[in-house]
Design a binder for this molecule. Structure first.
Ligand code: SME
Length: 152
């Protein structure tokens, strides 16, 4: 099952970088149950700036010292918050969000941004989900590593 899913993700990636990663966000948004936001933030000028996404309007820029995305970026680690109401400094772009999974994205060794997935229910993601979405983030990272200009 996961292999087919990951193959579908890979099939969305072509030489149109923004369009390709936007399509992956759309694919995740449409195929994962109980998610209300899927998108990217990329590191630029000491901030995380909004990339392609699916869901409600979101914060255009995030500071690096606050919120779940910034923590995942700083820690360079997959960060899962089971209940965002219990995360000090959570940035609520959508008041419906209750749990959040943030996966770092890399250009080779360097963290360049994050893939952010929000859910309107607490504890939406189990370990299998996290493992599978970590694979998706690795696929996107490998893809972006081939496009230095878009992913510096
Ligand atoms: N909740 C995130 C901000 C981004 S939105 O969820 C789209 C955070 O705390 O970093």
């Amino acid at each position: 099952m996961d292999e087919i899913y990951l193959k579908q993700v890979r099939a969305l990636l072509d030489d149109n970088v923004i369009g390709s990663i936007a399509n992956v966000a759309s694919f995740l948004y449409e195929t994962l149950h109980d998610v209300n936001w899927v998108g990217y933030y990329f590191h630029r000028d000491d901030k995380l700036i909004l990339g392609p996404f699916m869901g409600k309007i979101a914060c255009s820029k995030l500071a690096l010292d606050k919120g779940v995305c910034a923590k995942a970026f700083r820690d360079k680690s997959v960060t899962y918050v089971r209940d965002v109401h219990n995360f000090d400094g959570h940035i609520a772009c959508d008041a419906d969000s209750r749990s959040e999974l943030v996966l770092p994205l890399y250009n080779k060794e360097k963290v360049i941004g994050v893939l952010d997935i929000d859910a309107p229910i607490t504890d939406r993601f189990n370990q299998d989900d996290i493992d599978m979405l970590s694979e998706v983030a690795m696929i996107i990272s490998a893809y972006l590593s081939g496009y230095d200009q878009a992913a510096s």
